[in-house]
Design a protein. Sequence first.
Length: 131
Amino acid sequence: KKAIILAVAVPLLLAGCDDSGKEVKEVESPAGVRAALEGSEFECNVWKELADDYAKCTMNRGESINGGGVLSISVTEYDPELYAAVSLEGDDSLVGAVWGENWAGACSEDVGSSNCGKIAEMLGVEVLYQR
């Protein structure tokens, strides 16, 4: 079994690093995360809303493994941290997950674990890495 390491991202406001004001603890739909990513290096170039509570954000990033990456975003009424952990455990192609108070996002291998952490920092949410 994989070892899943929990790393708590320090909210950027506490670290004094966030000047974007894009903290996203709670959203009404996955589009709330999309809106927060707009204008950043993690902006969604392709957006697929697959359900009211689930969407995929595909980024076009030159330094990623295949020139892109997918952040799958789910709004959940259940424990988002547990949702993130279960997502990682069930999919070898994921490198990390981020979560707020009512949503979780899974980072594909193309996003990379380092960038998954950067997304968490930018949004002021938690991150869980898969190893």
